[in-house]
Design a protein around this ligand. Structure first.
Ligand code: BEZ
Length: 267
């Protein structure tokens, strides 16, 4: 615990770091990253159990976004959906020269009920599949380290893990006021369909998340997310509303050049 606290206190010094995205960060990267790697973390469960008053809803009518629940805590709760062993997402490397700027940017997010934790991240791609931003030149020290930790295999192009990397992750802890606890999936789907906020429709966040997750690896889907998508689609069909949600995911990954350019970020 003391070590964990120490890690948090020293975060923001000038060392480079990795941040794990499991929500909108998957398709809306943080500014200034120089490496993006798909992979997963363990020991958590991803759920649409966090109220969003600032991005996909309003204070009067909050939407729903994802948070991570510690697996041990989740096991004490009653949930309709089963847990998965892994939470898939993408890790971003922030180089030392941009740490202060990105740290300030991330602090903005933290205000809205999310707290920092550190956890091992398991990369799940081959060295040739590491995505670099367009201006990338030589591999950074961190990338070289990450690549060195990934064992080669000739059986499948996209494969699972080898080494792990310490990653920062934002968690909406159960104590925070936006944490809603277990939700009925039918009611959750209806809430997502009816909500919208400054960042757009809540359903777009859900659909983009599913598309982005499925684009990460061959087994990177999330049954909780896909069940909500199915429910929302069925409700939309009933209401005669078509939907076209192909704008997210790895193909739709967009990047910006600076913290200023980046719209204020959602979870
Ligand atoms: C994300 O993974 O997209 C995220 C989650 C919580 C806070 C900020 C970002």
């Amino acid at each position: 615990m003391a070590d964990h606290q120490n890690e948090i206190e020293t975060f923001g010094s000038n060392d480079d770091f990795w941040i794990f995205g499991y929500g909108s960060l998957i398709w809306k990267p943080p500014p200034h990253y120089d490496q993006r790697i798909p992979g997963y973390i363990e020991g958590y469960v991803r759920r649409f159990w966090q109220a969003s008053e600032d991005h996909r809803g309003t204070p009067e009518a909050p939407g729903r976004v994802v948070t991570l629940i510690d697996k041990a805590h989740w096991e004490t709760l009653t949930d309709t959906h089963a847990s998965t062993e892994r939470v898939w997402g993408a890790a971003y490397h922030i180089p030392a020269s941009k740490v202060q700027e990105v740290r300030q940017y991330l602090d903005i997010r933290e205000i809205n009920g999310y707290s920092i934790q550190f956890t091992p991240f398991h990369p799940a791609i081959s060295t040739s599949e590491v995505t670099s931003p367009p201006h990338d030149s030589e591999p950074t020290e961190a990338e070289a380290g990450m690549r060195a930790g990934i064992k080669a295999t000739n059986t499948i192009a996209v494969r699972e893990e080898a080494g792990s990397v310490r990653c920062l992750v934002y968690i909406g802890l159960p104590e925070n006021p936006q944490f809603l606890g277990a939700q009925d999936p039918g009611a959750l789907a209806r809430k997502i369909l009816e909500s919208k906020g400054p960042s757009g429709e809540n359903k777009e966040y859900l659909y983009n998340l599913e598309t982005a997750l499925l684009g990460l690896s061959y087994n990177s889907g999330d049954a909780h997310v896909s069940d909500l998508v199915r429910r929302c689609k069925a409700l939309e069909k009933e209401a005669g509303i078509g939907s076209d949600h192909e704008d997210g995911g790895a193909e739709g990954l967009y990047r910006v050049g600076s913290t200023e350019e980046q719209e204020e970020v959602e979870k």
